[in-house]
Design a protein around this ligand. Sequence first.
Ligand SMILES: [Fe+2]
Ligand SMILES: [Fe+2]
Length: 243
Amino acid sequence: MSVDLERRLVVRNAALVGAAVALPGLPLLASAHQQKADSPDKEPEVTATEDLMREHGVIRRALLVYAETVPKLRQNSSTVDAAALRQVAQLFRTFGEDYHERMLEEQHIFPMIRKQGAELQRYADVLTEQHNRGREVTDYVLAVTSSGKISTAHAEPLARVFETFVLMYQNHAAREDTIVFPAWKKNYSDKQLDEISDQFEDIEHKMFGKDGFEDAEKRISSIEEALGLSDLAQFTPPAPPKP
Ligand SMILES: [Fe+2]
Ligand SMILES: [Fe+2]
């Protein structure tokens, strides 16, 4: 069956299921659909772009730790947990730089978008430059945290590095999510995207074992826990003043 025909059938069947939900006379179709969605024996499929974006989620949580550290560095750098910061930098290196950036974006995403016109070509250039600058930042964080504490001489330079790096990377990941990944995705059929997401998963398994993403999420969670940043509610701001 051709991919197109297959897709038309899927669309038609989805419409039928939709109709069945609306019509009380056809409850069987609806419940079969429900069963498939609720089936516990199979992990839900993660698409290639969803995969990249949830990796950004882990990276953004690392950036939040850096941002939260800035005022502490300026107030009293001896209270900063250098070991926890070092763990964030190590996670950034292995999961963010060596895997997400180097193995996925630089190998698969950027070469493809470079062929899609001057604007996307420029994005690929700038994003690659920012990956490289980020690696210098990680080297620096690893160097200044190696003794187990942050010396007062490093406190202000490190605070400034964090501020500028967080601003860069927030922009970087947001452009990838909203411009680069959607443009890249347009090059492929659903079936091809399925195959690519399997390839991405294979790379992840080769680098980290079975649960690369889950392990990275656990690592950032435990760092947040150690730094008192794990309770999400603490970030809800007070109500704004009455205008
Ligand atoms: Fe990137
Ligand atoms: Fe990215």
